[in-house]
Ligand binder design. Structure first.
Ligand code: 6PG
Length: 241
């Protein structure tokens, strides 16, 4: 059920499984359209746990997709080895990339073996080579939402959240006691489409605040050309009609 909530595209699904199926379907439609009209499709994957089911759905139904014309990046990454259980790359590889015929050269993980600042510089260079511009114009960026209103690794109060020029940032996240690598708001807002996948009652208040802009949470600052919120019913129970 899609609702134009205060100009936003908010879609609510009764269960996480229905959300994953719908998100996968939307992704495949967008990819096919981009490839048909622009010959390429560039996507940034988000991490965490929510998108895993959607990635698995895409793997299961994306057989006919021209994966050779798709470039995969990440909206953020933890500063861990790419085979670490905490790695966003590892989750996406297991759920999706190892199950579709995408050429290895089309997969662009953050180089987490480098020190954080160097990893960010390297990713900025890679994005520049890919997009030929200071800011990447992704066709599609998956995003999640934390209970504190963070998205990607743009946590409240972090240096990267204040970045107004560079497409990437490396910053220490005090609450996690860890360094994170992330696309910045300039990069997210240069995208054709940002799609939030959010599920669970624990996120309902954060969804309400993000949609209302209450407290200026990082997620509320995402203003790409098209921003879609795909929620399960549990995440939409507070203040989302
Ligand atoms: C990460 C993500 C992060 C995530 C949210 C929600 O690296 O953890 O990019 O922004 O999307 O924290 O995580 P869950 O889906 O696990 O709730």
């Amino acid at each position: 059920m899609a609702q134009a909530l205060a100009g936003r595209d908010v879609r609510i699904f009764e269960t996480p499984a229905l959300l994953a199926a719908a998100a996968a379907g939307e992704f495949l439609r967008s990819a096919r359209d981009a490839i048909a009209t622009r010959s390429r499709f560039s996507v940034a994957l988000s991490g965490g746990s929510t998108p895993k089911a959607t990635y698995e759905e895409i793997a299961g139904s994306g057989a006919g997709l021209e994966w050779g014309k798709i470039d995969v990046f990440w909206s953020d990454e933890r500063c861990v080895p790419l085979d670490d259980r905490e790695s966003n790359f590892r989750m996406a590889k297991e759920a999706l990339l190892s199950r579709v015929p995408i050429p290895p050269g089309n997969v662009h993980p953050w180089e987490t073996y480098r020190p954080p600042a160097e990893a960010a510089d390297a990713y900025e260079n890679r994005l520049g080579l890919q997009f030929g511009a200071p800011l990447p114009a992704f066709d599609w960026i998956f995003l999640g939402l934390g209970e504190d209103g963070h998205t990607a690794s743009l946590f409240p109060g972090t240096a990267g959240l204040a970045e107004t020029r560079r497409p990437v940032a490396a910053h220490y996240v005090r609450k996690l006691e860890a360094w994170r690598l992330t696309l910045t708001l300039p990069a997210l807002n240069a995208a054709r489409e940002c799609v939030f996948l959010v599920e669970g009652a624990g996120k309902a208040e954060a969804v309400r605040k993000a949609l209302a802009g209450e407290g200026d949470p990082p997620a509320s600052r995402v203003r790409a050309r098209k921003v879609v919120w795909m929620l399960d019913r549990a995440a939409a129970t507070v203040g989302v009609p």
